[in-house]
Ligand binder design. Structure first.
Ligand SMILES: Cc1ncc(COP(=O)(O)O)c(C=O)c1O
Length: 294
């Protein structure tokens, strides 16, 4: 799965795309990122992703050296170099933008790193097979606790991903597709790379931002789709028991859209297959994506 990568002004193939070991993104995990995907060649919800990127960067006092239009132009250049301008479903792109503190001496002092690094990774988007959307996936609740908002705030989409990596590793060990983290109060927060929703009595519920989680762009979009379809979507504090007793559950992310969760810790959720509310939201999501929603 070859990637094409923009690194600080130049585009490289996967083997030649390198960054200095003195980049503070590598040394200290100091950086922020966004993952986007294209529909018909266009980075979906670009403006929203850029807004979140800038919010994340502000929260770690990291200046982003390029404007939105320039970042979009560099994404297009990298897509073109990768042969991924999206003229068919096989040519959709996965896009990861990373901004790191930059290269400097071994000190936390930001003065040591006057030039942030900008990296854009483009590779083919790998779509999950349709039968996975129909049959749903298994998740596990992991013992790794989501960061406290007063530590590395989960609002920051940070390159400092050890917390999420540990949760995902646990899920892999237990043969699950996703690991769901609780917060320090024991409430459900989110997956290692996704937001969590349940359906109960026709209502769609998702943990509040205040629980300590990433404000997913897909999550936000699900609220808007629900409002249009007349499906109530609201935030609610959720515990393990709410998930186990749900009629349906699903996860959301840019690359997985809305994906049914049908087993959690070996317990069957709802009917044990992707449910009708999840399906309606997914279909509407895709229709909007293909229509070029912003
Ligand atoms: C921790 C976490 N939560 C939620 C999400 C979903 O966010 P989005 O819908 O913006 O892709 C991600 C995406 O990677 C994530 O890493």
């Amino acid at each position: 799965m070859a990637a094409t990568v923009y690194v600080n002004g130049q585009i490289f193939d996967q083997e030649r795309a390198v960054i200095s070991v003195f980049d503070h993104g590598f040394l200290y995990g100091e950086g922020v990122y966004e993952t986007l995907r294209t529909y018909q060649g266009q980075p979906f919800l670009f403006d929203r992703h850029l807004r979140r990127l800038r919010r994340s960067a502000d929260m770690i006092a990291l200046p982003i050296p390029l404007g939105d239009a320039e970042i979009l132009a560099r994404i297009h250049d990298t897509q073109t170099a990768a042969g991924l301008r999206g003229d068919s479903a096989e040519h959709e792109a996965y896009i990861r933008i990373l901004i790191t503190r930059g290269i400097g001496d071994l000190t936390y002092d930001p003065a040591a790193t006057p030039r942030p690094s900008v990296i854009i990774i483009v590779k083919p988007h790998v779509q999950l097979p349709e039968d996975v959307y129909r049959s749903g996936v298994a998740a596990v609740i992991v013992p790794v606790v989501r960061n406290l908002p007063a530590s590395v705030n989960p609002l920051i989409k940070s390159n400092n991903l050890l917390n999420n990596a540990l949760a995902a590793q646990d899920a892999v060990r237990r043969h699950a597709f996703e690991g769901i983290m609780r917060n320090h109060r024991g409430e459900l927060a989110e997956g290692s790379t996704s937001n969590l929703f349940i359906v109960r009595g026709g209502q769609v519920l998702t943990p509040p931002l205040e629980a300590g989680l990433l404000p997913g762009i897909t999550r936000e979009f699900i609220f808007e789709i629900g409002a249009d379809l007349g499906i109530p979507v609201r935030e609610a504090v959720l515990k393990d028991a709410d998930l186990f007793a749900a009629d349906e559950a699903f996860l959301t992310s840019t690359t997985r859209e809305a994906l049914a969760i049908v087993r959690v810790d070996e317990r069957v959720i709802g009917a044990g297959v992707g449910g009708p509310v999840t399906r309606r939201l997914l279909e509407s999501y895709r229709a909007r994506a293909l229509a070029g929603a912003v």
